[in-house]
Design a protein. Structure first.
Length: 95
């Protein structure tokens, strides 16, 4: 069963490259924020899979919940900042 969780975790790590592309080359700030949020959500699932692999799911659930909360607050804060700055739908700032 450990091999199954290991392969799922590896596949999830590979799937993280799709939103990473959007974060790096997204045309708008909103695309970048959605990409960061998608990577954070996949990281939470990856933490839970690591907990299953090490048979310490109780410890990794706490870590995953804290990380999910921090990811949610960070994306809300960044979107509020860019909304107040009126730069949420403009061209990217890393051109």
């Amino acid at each position: 069963m450990t091999d199954f969780f290991l392969w799922i975790a590896l596949g999830l790590c590979i799937l993280m490259f799709c939103p990473l592309y959007r974060v790096m080359f997204g045309p708008t700030v909103l695309d970048r924020l959605v990409g960061v949020n998608a990577i954070g959500s996949k990281t939470v699932v990856l933490l839970l899979l690591i907990g299953f692999i090490y048979k310490r799911i109780d410890m990794f659930v706490d870590i995953a919940l804290a990380y999910a909360f921090l990811n949610f607050i960070a994306v809300l804060a960044a979107s509020r900042y860019f909304h107040k700055r009126k730069g949420l739908y403009e061209e990217s700032f890393l051109d």
